[in-house]
Design a protein around this ligand. Structure first.
Ligand code: FAD
Length: 506
């Protein structure tokens, strides 16, 4: 693998003595690493060679495939049309050749009247892997990749190895250490634990959306009745659960959910409460297919592009570029992780395609300023998505400050629920659900079945209603608004190759 890297990365295009082919190494073949590879191959046909390394792959008779020993991710993610429309046309077409569902309403993240689209991560990765096979420019490698070996041999090292990126950590002297202090309250880092269940529901997708947005304890992202449900746990629930399951401290993380057997979950003290709460989504508990536990926290990344090695004596100055969860891992509640990744992947591909013709002629290749627009896009993505995700973790405390939503949940679980409270909670939740439905109705791709929402409300227990009301509805007003405009800094039709844009604008 190492020798392949070094020969492949220094090849010169024989058709033009001045124009080298751009050789890029990508660490991580998750959705974002693959989207970047396909985007660059589509933007620079015959002028790019892209080597992608992933440790979840293996060699098979048909080439590179998923290692069957590795757990594929069944989480359902939502792609916003504002973001998927930025993908090159060939890639966008392949992505949606598979089954997807239109479930969520039109919003500021929608363009051309196109609804957001739900897909499983595993499906998305399968489509992307299939797309890579169409490009002679892309080589896949079933291994981790040797970062040190790539330095100086390739102008660009793309780091797309997920939220707990080993590569970013190895290169922390270049990128700096991500800052957690922005995501603290009362000097304590706000970090949450969630359970994720792959399950079947008899509820319509539209009802699932309205009920998800009416509270912040349970979030169901449906896909034609087969969906993925996330449950926000309180710190005490998480500790109790892990103790009961005998998990080692530190097990699981944002990108490495740890699997829990359903039998084990059903044996915990948490289960009777969950069973009641699952009535919100008409879940048949005999048809839960898998269960994962994971932690969610955020940190501020200082920079996304950094020079890693200077050109002399190496042939190329190597720049490291963080994209996807390695750059901006988000809390999952607003469902924008994959969208931030799409924009980052396309931004970097456009940036390289735009700057390479001039960089190829320059000794050492790229220079710092070549990445100014891409770094700008990444900083905007971080600001937009993390400020929204933070509002999915905390809520006003009524005294001008904020408190973690999980603390509010914990308080409500400790409170007694008498018949007066139960009646008032039922009425409050009913009003929230109907108001939300009223606000969303015109923008939803389909409507809940008649009487469906009312039926759900009647079967919820007093304890569940108290928890749901305490968690509060999503605050669409505060979380909504303008999305990052990639075209503003890196339009899809680039300036003529080799012609600096500053000259064009004068
Ligand atoms: C439980 C859960 C629910 C989610 N729900 C949503 C949602 O509803 N909406 C949404 O938009 N997003 C959601 N996300 C986030 C979304 O899944 C991520 O944003 C997206 O998967 C990020 O893609 P990525 O390619 O950057 O990273 P990953 O998907 O983490 O892929 C990283 C890849 O790098 C590989 N790798 C790691 N280390 C190395 C190495 N050293 N060498 C080679 N390869 C390596 C891994 O094998 C993996 O294939 C969710 C995430 C989780 C965990």
């Amino acid at each position: 693998m190492i020798s392949r890297l070094s020969t492949a990365t220094t090849e010169v295009d024989p058709s033009d003595g001045h124009r080298h082919r751009l050789n890029v190494v990508v660490i991580g073949g998750g959705p974002v690493g693959l989207m970047f590879a396909c985007s660059l191959a589509e933007l620079m046909p015959a002028h790019a060679r892209i080597q992608v390394f992933d440790r979840r792959w293996r060699h098979s008779s048909s080439g590179i495939d998923w290692d069957p020993a590795v757990q594929r991710r069944q989480q359902v993610v939502t792609l916003q049309s504002h973001d998927f429309c930025q993908l090159p046309p060939g890639l966008m077409q392949t992505l949606f050749e598979t089954t997807y569902a239109e479930v969520w309403p039109l919003g500021p993240g929608s363009v051309q009247g196109l609804y957001p689209r739900n897909l499983r991560i595993a499906q998305l990765e399968d489509q992307l892997l299939q797309q890579t096979r169409k490009f002679a420019e892309i080589n896949l490698h079933a291994s981790s990749g040797d970062v040190r070996q790539a330095l100086g041999q390739t102008p660009v090292l793309v780091i797309a190895d997920g939220a707990h990126s080993d590569t970013r950590q190895e290169l922390h002297t270049h990128f700096g250490v991500a800052e957690e202090r922005l995501y603290r309250l009362a000097d304590e880092r706000v970090e949450e634990s969630c359970l994720g269940l792959a399950l079947h529901t008899n509820l319509s997708d539209a009802a699932a959306v309205v009920l998800s947005a009416s509270q912040r304890r349970l979030l169901l992202n449906p896909l034609h009745g087969e969906g993925h449900l996330n449950i926000r746990l309180t710190p005490a629930e998480a500790t109790g659960l892990l103790h009961a399951l005998k998990h080692r401290p530190g097990d699981g993380g944002a990108d490495t959910p740890s699997r829990i057997s359903l039998g084990a979950l059903q044996g915990t003290d948490l289960w009777p409460r969950l069973e009641e709460e699952l009535c919100l989504f008409a879940v048949d508990t005999n048809r839960i297919r898998s269960c994962n536990w994971f932690r969610l926290g955020m940190a501020h990344q200082h920079r996304f592009v950094a020079p890693l090695l200077e050109a002399n004596p190496a042939p190329w100055r190597t720049y490291g570029c963080l994209i996807g969860d390695a750059a901006t891992a988000l809390h999952i509640w607003p469902g924008r992780g994959i969208n931030a990744g799409v924009v980052a992947a396309v931004s970097l591909a456009r940036c390289l395609a735009r700057q390479w013709p001039a960089a190829a002629r320059r000794p050492g290749g790229f220079r710092d300023a070549d990445f100014i627009r891409h770094e700008g896009v990444m900083q905007m993505l971080q600001y937009r998505h993390k400020s929204r995700a933070w509002r999915a973790m905390v809520t006003p405390d009524g005294a001008g400050g904020m408190e973690p939503i999980q603390n509010r949940l914990a308080r409500s679980l400790a409170e007694p629920v008498d018949s007066h409270t139960a009646a008032s909670d039922r009425e409050t939740f009913r009003q929230t659900v109907h108001q939300l439905h009223g606000r969303l109705a015109a923008r939803l791709p389909s409507q809940p079945n008649p009487g469906e929402l009312e039926q759900v409300l009647t079967r919820l227990s007093a304890r569940t209603l108290h928890t749901l009301v305490a968690s509060g509805a999503w605050d669409g007003q505060l979380m909504g608004g303008e999305e990052v405009d990639l075209d503003w800094l890196l339009p899809s039709t680039p300036a003529p190759t080799g012609c600096p844009s500053t000259l064009l604008s004068h």
